[in-house]
Design a protein around this ligand. Structure first.
Ligand SMILES: [Zn+2]
Length: 260
């Protein structure tokens, strides 16, 4: 594999294990969800997020996704409850999408792929640093939200309008006063399982909370996301239109539902 991982034929998901052996581990993400096999776990509590809009700092294009970064130096924007046994701090959120509206999500539900998937990444503050949390099975909690095509989502536009400032790889711009809970669907029902980051190094440290209800964005909003480039300003332009990892083997893991 090339020195840098990516999503192309020569450095894509099938090659990641060459530099990151855990990518072939027993707890990899994403996975396919088959709802008829998923049991309701009555012990799963509701979850809640209390985010401080002032903790949003910057938005960046790293050539693989657009990411919004938060101040996580203290308990400021927090995720609690659900399957979590401690409070988790919001560190960043980012998206995965495809080249057209009919695919792009990483997880799938009963064979359905959504147009995109939003990942809100939080770390268990009992581990003192994000780096230490990555080494723990309950170190990180990711809230995953599916995006489907329909009417425009006004709150999503706040994010999309900032993309003009980060068209190419390596660009970063201030992005403040944003509470990402404005992107949550109305229903808080979720599926949960133990898995990994879906990008290298694919650490197996994640408690997933996948929200059952997708949010709706417009075709035009998805097109705006695809207007980013994975290339730097001084390079030939390469559109950033495919940044999802395909489903990984479940290997006996159990997915639980918070709802009947
Ligand atoms: Zn992700």
């Amino acid at each position: 594999m090339a020195k840098e991982w990516g999503y192309a034929d020569h450095n894509g998901p099938d090659h990641w294990h060459e530099l990151y052996p855990i990518a072939k581990g027993d707890n990899q993400s994403p996975i396919e969800l088959h709802t008829k096999d998923i049991k309701h776990d009555p012990s799963l509590k509701p979850w809640s997020a209390s985010y401080d809009p002032g903790s949003a700092k910057t938005i960046l294009n790293n050539g693989k996704t657009c990411r919004v970064v938060f101040d996580d130096t203290y308990d400021r924007s927090m995720l609690r409850g659900g399957p979590l046994t401690a409070p988790y701090r919001l560190r960043q959120f980012h998206l995965h999408w495809g080249s057209s509206d009919d695919h792009g999500s990483e997880h799938s539900v009963d064979g359905v792929k959504y147009a995109a998937e939003l990942h809100l990444v939080h770390w268990n503050s009992k581990y003192n640093s994000f780096g230490s949390a990555l080494k723990q099975p309950d170190g990180v909690a990711v809230v995953g939200i599916f995006l489907k095509i329909g009417h425009e989502k006004h709150e999503f536009q706040l994010l999309l309008d900032a993309l003009d400032k980060i068209k190419t790889k390596g660009k970063e711009a201030p992005f403040s006063n944003f509470d990402p809970s404005c992107l949550f669907p109305a229903c808080r029902d979720y599926w949960t399982y133990h898995g990994s980051f879906t990008t290298p190094p694919c650490e197996e440290c994640i408690v997933w909370l996948l929200l059952k209800e997708p949010i709706t964005v417009s075709h035009e909003q998805m097109a705006k996301l695809r207007s980013l480039y994975s290339s730097a300003e001084n390079e030939p332009p390469v559109p950033l239109v495919r940044n999802w990892r395909p489903p990984q083997p479940v290997k006996g893991r159990v997915v639980k539902a918070s709802f009947k």
